[in-house]
Design a protein around this ligand. Structure first.
Ligand code: ATP
Ligand code: MG
Length: 470
């Protein structure tokens, strides 16, 4: 998949960067000879390590200008969808108190435990780089007394999240998510279905292949304990992996999420949660499925889908791209989370989409998609100081008409600037020389044919607009 390619590509870039960094190390070593010796070897190795600062931390990467169009597209389509369904944008801090995630996501989960980036500030606060967006949004809902507003409140967000997991294709340590949350009101299955359909349609619009919805119910406080008991009894005699032994003690449902080969046969024979659901949970799931059917959304009931965060109850789901094993969207209902954070009982549901994975797929499935959308480019060429000055105010005129413009202000010669315009793939160059300044005119050059025409300076914006339409 392209995520792999990207990683390789980026791995390649990293290699180059590493080499540069090494070159730097070598010369650094040379010049270090002149520096006073550090007190210990420890100091020296720290210096060497730091010299690798030209490479970002493991699992993190630059989002380069060339990566921007598909990412913008993901955000644009998601935002349009969210606003249509009356969701409002919310932005919470990148750092939160560790306790929020310990309580909300769960200390024993991967996301709220071993994968979390934590730090102690100089003032002694224990903070975490947010690993996910739901707990912070619920925190904000509680803090700002949003339960007093009409319920439910609907939110969307886009931003970076941090997880210290093993980097691999489609798995980064700084990842980007678009999230949707519906908080407050009733624990109504219609909201579960709405979140699923919204992300489903976003993925359809982004053309990443037919999305496949996997859905399950993990019950509630009434029925889950009974199922948990059945699961523990079933697994008691089984020779499960080390992680599952721990899971059985701390969070037994998570054994169903085990990817270890050794545990797969047990998983297949394990009792199904669907047989243990109480009537309220059973009817909730049934209604979600009926709504999905009404919306014409195909789904697959997967009784082993449990999700890796503690706050879920009832509906959980993941959306996969056709034929791929990494989920693009994941979420569910979290009716107990507000209470876990010290608030009053507040039914809620939500999901998050992994933007990096979606973008990787978009680039793989439709590489030409973004090239064809590049707008016509205009390059402004100046010759002489007077023309340079006038170019500045001309750019302001174009800005008012929202027509983007490129320049090479640092270069003086006509041929160098035209060469830049060519390199940039510009369609049109506007040439302002001394003669034109005196005559109050400007030249419009078609960069493909080389045909030029001179127009009055006062009409240039209009003329360019006409040409952009043609
Ligand atoms: P996975 O099972 O792939 O680890 P998850 O259950 O940890 O995913 P969530 O916490 O539900 O994922 O996050 C929602 C979405 O964010 C995922 O479906 C995925 O698309 C994306 N995502 C999660 N972790 C990463 C990561 N490390 N790098 C890139 N995208 C990620
Ligand atoms: Mg994960």
């Amino acid at each position: 998949m392209s995520a792999q390619k990207n990683i390789n590509k980026r791995g390649g870039t990293d290699k180059v960067k590493k080499q540069k960094a090494l070159a730097f190390t070598k010369s650094g070593t040379k010049s270090n000879k002149d520096k006073p010796k550090t007190r210990s070897n420890k100091g020296q190795s720290a210096d060497k390590k730091d010299i690798n600062f030209l490479v970002p931390p493991k699992g993190m990467r630059d989002i380069l200008p060339s990566d921007a169009p598909p990412r913008d597209k993901v955000v644009e389509v998601s935002r349009r969808m969210a606003e249509f369904y009356d969701f409002s944008e919310i932005n919470t801090p990148v750092l939160e108190k560790i306790e929020l995630f310990k309580r909300g996501v769960g200390e024993k989960t991967d996301i709220g435990g071993k994968e979390m980036y934590t730090l102690k500030t100089k003032g002694g606060d224990h903070l975490a780089l947010r690993p996910e967006g739901t707990a912070p949004v619920v925190r904000a809902y509680l803090q700002h007394g949003m339960h007093k507003l009409p319920q439910p409140q609907k939110f969307y967000y886009f931003g970076p999240f941090f997880r210290h997991e093993r980097p691999q294709a489609g798995r980064y340590r700084q990842l980007w998510q678009v999230g949707l949350e519906i908080i407050g009101g009733e624990s109504d299955p219609v909201y579960d279905a709405q979140i699923i359909v919204m992300f489903y349609r976003v993925l359809e619009e982004l053309k990443v292949g037919a999305p496949a919805v996997n859905i399950n119910s993990i019950g509630c406080r009434v029925c889950r304990p009974g199922y948990r008991g059945k699961l523990v009894t079933y697994y008691k005699e089984k020779d499960v992996c080390k992680d599952c032994k721990e899971r059985l003690m701390e969070n037994p449902l998570r054994v169903l999420d085990c990817k270890n080969e050794q545990c797969q046969p047990f998983k297949a024979e394990a009792p199904s949660i669907l047989d243990s659901l109480c009537s309220a949970c059973r009817s909730h799931l049934k209604q979600v499925l009926e709504y999905l059917e009404e919306l014409g959304l195909p789904y697959f009931i997967n009784p082993t889908l449990v999700r890796g965060l503690d706050y879920y109850n009832r509906t959980v789901f993941e959306i996969f791209p056709e034929g791929e094993s990494l989920a693009l969207v994941a979420g569910g209902r979290y009716d107990y989370l507000a209470e876990m954070l010290g608030g009053r009982p507040t039914p809620a549901g939500g999901a998050a989409m992994g933007v990096d994975r979606v973008v990787d797929l978009m680039q793989e499935k439709n590489p030409k998609f973004f090239q064809t959308r590049i707008k016509k480019k205009i390059f402004l060429v100046h010759i002489g100081e007077l023309a340079k000055k006038r170019s500045l105010s001309l750019m302001e005129d174009f800005r008012k008409s929202n027509i983007p413009m490129r320049t090479s202000f640092g270069k003086d010669s006509l041929s160098n600037q035209l060469a830049d315009a060519n390199k940039d793939g510009s369609d049109m160059a506007l040439i302002l020389g001394q003669k034109e300044v005196y005559e109050d005119t400007i030249i419009i050059r078609n960069m493909e044919t080389g045909v030029q025409e001179t127009v009055p300076f006062s009409r240039v914006v209009e003329e360019v607009k006409k040409k952009l339409k043609s």
